[in-house]
Design a protein around this ligand. Sequence first.
Ligand code: 5GP
Ligand code: ZN
Length: 112
Amino acid sequence: MDCIFCMIAEGKIPSKKVYEDSDILAFHDINPQAPVHVLVIPKTHICCLDAINSENSDIVKKIFEKIPEIAKQAGITNGYRLISNCGEDACQTVKHLHFHILGGCKMQERMI
Ligand code: 5GP
Ligand code: ZN
């Protein structure tokens, strides 16, 4: 499958890793939108939030349990924003479920 995040998860494309275990990878976004911008992905391919179901939701639970540790590991100390774009209107560009952790500065109050 021609999925850039699957290739990053398999180590075929390099990334600046923040956290990795057998199921999850967290790495710095190539085009950061905040001083700290980390992407958290399941290593297995799930296309987006819409594709989460009872068969694959264990990995989502695991990601959410790890997010505080990943944010801390990335150097975030004063709060962060978590975003997952799903589908066309949200401008999802990579069709592999991912969570953006944005931090390291005071965010704008809108969006959201
Ligand atoms: P989306 O727009 O789908 O929510 O977010 C995709 C994110 O993936 C974007 O912020 C983009 O900068 C990032 N991205 C795309 N390709 C790569 C890549 O090859 N390496 C890394 N580290 N980030 C990428
Ligand atoms: Zn994928």
